[in-house]
Write a protein that binds this ligand. Sequence first.
Ligand code: FMN
Length: 378
Amino acid sequence: MSPVVCIDDLERSALARLDQNARGFYSSGADGEQTLRDNIAAFQRYRLRPRCMVDISTIDLTQTVLGHQVNMPIGVAPTGMQGMAHPEGECATARAAEEMGAVFILSCASNSSMEEVAEAAPHATKWYQLYLCKDRAMTARMVQRAERAGFSALVLTVDVPLVGRRLTISKNGFQMPPQLRLANFASESTQANQRGSQHSTYDQLSTLFDPSLTWDDLSWLCGVTRLPVLVKGVMTPEDAVTAVDRGASGVIVSNHGGRQLDGCLATVDALGPVVAAVGHRCPVFMDGGVRRGTDALKALALGARMVFVGRPLLWGLAHDGQRGARLALQLLHSELRLAMGLCGEIYHSIGGELIMRLCSELLYRAGGEVTMGLCAEF
Ligand SMILES: Cc1cc2nc3c(=O)[nH]c(=O)nc-3n(C[C@H](O)[C@H](O)[C@H](O)COP(=O)(O)O)c2cc1C
């Protein structure tokens, strides 16, 4: 196989290695996959405006986020069931993030438990993603376990009031392989935790989730934890304002990688208005379709504090376990660094915080206006 020099190469390698069951689960989007495609295509509608003769001899990608210093403004989005990509699953991905100094978000639907991941990557900046379950006592127990295991933030995913219809998964009749389990639920007496049973699919897990959620429930979650709570799946300024009013310490603009509402707008298009609405109050993050360093730079220029990647890490993991996951992050890190250098765009320190310079001049969008990012500091 030819050398891997970009995320697309990793994807090709991964798709050739994965079986049909896992390939369908990881790569699919909802319905006609318009949003899945558009998340990627939308980045190409933004163009960079490079500036010349800027001293870029020091390009610093370190970033302070929720009080933690990280080495790069690109983190690992939560994706469930990584054990199908590699036997070490989430432990390998977390170790790769630890090596690279990147934020790692663990999905609650993981095959390695939060305690196993914490032990595998004790020094990584780890956040725990959760859904609110009908059984609030169970949710509270999960929150306490995440706190005890050393996760430093909770990520509440709010874009799954119902599970989107992913046609490839339906056609394949997806089943989690029998040797895997939904590890975080193993100590809970739910159908979803039965190792290898027909109930062990994400769809079964989702029957635990509460479809009656409202913003009051975010206030409940903020009240039962000492950790900052980020809300993932916000796509409008209206929801972003409410999330922050109700106690969120940050929002992640996300459409679940195009797996939920097909026809939903691309995340990079949703980002600017959300930053304009709440960027002065909390950090705004985004995920969806980031495949290159230039994509990350465009999102940062629109005001994202950091971006997250989902599938690229799955491709890396399937390609070569921890080494492959690290390669995915390394590729994105070096591409972002190069893009920043070529744009004459550097992070620099002001009062101990890091902000992006010239962000309001960095982009224009083919055929339309761009809402520029704010240079807020957190
Ligand atoms: C296979 C797969 C599983 C996912 N599982 C979860 C999950 O358990 N919880 C969650 O909040 N988001 C989940 N997501 C969404 C990701 O966190 C993220 O929003 C999305 O992958 C970003 O898009 P990208 O894959 O284009 O980078 C999943 C995405 C994929 C592809």
